[in-house]
Write a protein that binds this ligand. Structure first.
Ligand code: AMP
Ligand code: MG
Length: 347
């Protein structure tokens, strides 16, 4: 980042939303609440503005962004074609935490779509988000409003911690209702495929479409990575990522993190054992253990807990895995395993 900006912190009043919209129209960056996580927005049709998002987040890649609209009909600015399947999905799930990937119009900049010929689109149900988009008079490209690699922000303070001084404005608001990012559903081909799990599950989408909906193969594969064997004892080197393909850090806290997976009582015991072992050598250890089957609550709290533990300055986080092969718990596990760099202890 070049120079430190004077970031406006704006409560979500009508005047402030208008002020923020003006910033977006001029090519600036505004963070804003949505029902999933806070987004870092810019005019999706302005390649320079979108480029500034990458700079502010410190995101090196051209990972494509989700384009947010405030009325379903505005998808016409982005895609040349609506299939009956797309209409069915829009009717059933918008506004809400579901993003669809569709063919893009040439007018959507490559910067926004990472050079792909498709674009990811979402109509959020957060009113503040919709008012901002509507007042900006353009679709808003927005990834999560965190520094690249870290946990997504679900509270205004999280955004301030990461983005103050880096962007033009932050619209504050309530804690995000969902707490994890939207489900991403690819509708650009014959078969609908879920590219990223979220609280809108394959089962719910299948019910709406009346046909099978698969998770992308890589999502299922990702959970099967090299595991540690606790019977071999625990040393610091055991907590480094084991799988070379998984070096890419996403959602990661500052602390070292390990996911403990298995039958509930065994998981609790193993967490207690590892905690004691590590505290013996002077490490501060935080624990994340959600209520069994309380998957929506886990989604709501997960990123916030990672940030709280980092703020407390723990050295290590031990998290109990949720057992759910395809629902909301699976979506939380997708984040949990990534944030731990696939360090898994099986018990
Ligand atoms: P974020 O904006 O950080 O919530 O992430 C957006 C997610 O949507 C990422 O996982 C992207 O890879 C995915 N995505 C965005 N646009 C596309 C696209 N055109 N095709 C496939 N995936 C996409
Ligand atoms: Mg993100």
């Amino acid at each position: 980042m070049s120079e430190k900006k004077n970031t406006l912190i704006l409560e979500p009043t009508k005047e402030n939303i208008e002020k923020a919209a003006k910033i977006i129209r001029k090519g600036g960056l505004v963070a804003f609440p949505t029902e999933t996580v806070y987004g870092l927005g810019a005019d999706a049709m302005n390649a320079d503005a979108v480029g500034r998002i990458y700079e502010a987040k410190g995101r090196p890649s051209d990972n494509p962004m989700i384009v947010h609209i405030s009325r379903a009909s505005d998808i016409g600015q982005l895609t040349p074609m609506l299939s009956p399947q797309i209409v069915e999905i829009i009717d059933n799930f918008w506004p809400g935490p579901l993003t669809i990937v569709v063919k893009k119009k040439p007018s959507v900049p490559d910067r926004t779509t990472g050079g792909l010929d498709t674009v990811a689109v979402r109509l959020p149900d957060s009113e503040v988000a919709r008012e901002l988009i509507s007042a900006s008079c353009c679709p808003i490209a927005a990834p999560s409003a965190n520094l690249s690699g870290g946990p997504s922000p679900t509270r205004a303070q999280d955004v301030i911690d990461d983005m103050n001084g880096r962007i033009d404005a932050i619209i504050t608001g309530e804690d995000c209702r969902v707490g994890i990012e939207s489900t991403v559903l690819d509708l650009s081909g014959e078969e609908p495929v879920i590219l990223r799990p979220g609280i809108i599950t394959a089962e719910a989408i299948e019910a709406a479409l009346g046909r099978e909906v698969k998770y992308d193969d890589s999502l299922k594969e990702a959970a099967k990575h090299v595991q540690l064997d606790p019977s071999q004892g625990v040393s610091e080197s055991d907590f480094k990522p084991k799988s070379p393909g998984m070096k890419y850090k996403h959602y990661a806290p500052k602390a070292e993190m390990v996911v403990v997976e298995g039958e509930r009582e065994r998981v609790k015991e193993e967490i207690a054992r590892l905690k004691a072992l590590n505290e013996k050598i002077g490490n501060r250890v935080g624990v994340i253990l959600f209520e069994e089957k309380a998957f929506l609550e886990a989604a709501h709290d997960f990123f916030a807990k990672l940030r709280d533990l980092d703020n407390e300055g723990v050295d290590m986080i031990l998290a109990g895995a949720l057992s759910d092969s395809d629902g909301v718990g699976f979506a939380v596990m997708n984040r949990m395993l990534k944030s731990a760099g696939y360090n898994i202890v099986k018990v």
